[in-house]
Write a protein that binds this ligand. Sequence first.
Ligand SMILES: Nc1ncnc2c1ncn2[C@@H]1O[C@H](COP(=O)(O)OP(=O)(O)O)[C@@H](O)[C@H]1O
Ligand SMILES: [Mg+2]
Length: 275
Amino acid sequence: MNVHDPGPPGDSGLTVRDLAVSYGPVTALRGISLEVPRGSVVTVLGGNGAGKSTLLRAISGTLRFHRGGITAGEIGFGRARLSGAATSAVVAHGVVQVPEGRKIFARMTVEENLRAGALGARDRRSASESRERVLTLFPVLAERARQRAGLLSGGEQQMLAIGRALMARPKLLLLDEPTLGLAPMMAARIADTVREINAQGTTVLLVEQNAALALSLASHAYVLEVGEVVLSGPAAELAESDEVRRRYLGIGDDRDEAPLAGAAPARPALSRWSA
Ligand SMILES: Nc1ncnc2c1ncn2[C@@H]1O[C@H](COP(=O)(O)OP(=O)(O)O)[C@@H](O)[C@H]1O
Ligand SMILES: [Mg+2]
């Protein structure tokens, strides 16, 4: 039984409804509902272990490779049902994930990594067109085409990981902490390319701990804590919210400021970004 509102025909983006995910006896996500409208950038924020990667694995059909599984809920993309679909079927529907920690093929050349990304593409004839698009977006990958990917800097490896995903011509790109471990300037460059990719028509679901950067890119944001959505709204509103500013942006916990009665204790673990 389909209980969702399908939205405009053929035009709805990603819809997650009441999703629950477990790894064996461990429940990692429960009651997750979110929307990523077609053409948008939506971000999911949260600290380590909140369930961000698990959410992306559930969408991309890769949970089984981590001994996890969906125990409740539905994931749909346009008219396609992704929950229960094999990874290859999810890619064929135009949903491609860039995994956490880049996961490029270090011993292969940059060129070979990009070619590997085109293997799952719906239309292989368009591979050279995709390649052109990727090399225009990331000129450094053209310069380094014949180098082993393992020799690239962290930021360049992230570009390659994104470029490889783009070779499959995704309609929806799933990005798992693309700026993790990068210097602020490189993180800003990655952010610029995410904007560009979105401007070229690709919908983006961005998972990040870097709240300031993610909120500057996204139109809408969800905050995950211990496997549940605790806060959501337009990114601009979340960026202004006292709770988000204090807990995720490291702003407003002025030492002279008396703590509010009954206020939740600040969790400074997420305030890695100071803009
Ligand atoms: N392969 C796995 N097996 C068992 N538990 C896991 C596995 N992967 C993640 N978890 C658990 O699921 C929860 C969410 O993890 P994860 O999705 O990786 O969070 P995040 O990406 O936000 O850091 C954590 O409690 C983590 O320990
Ligand atoms: Mg993660």
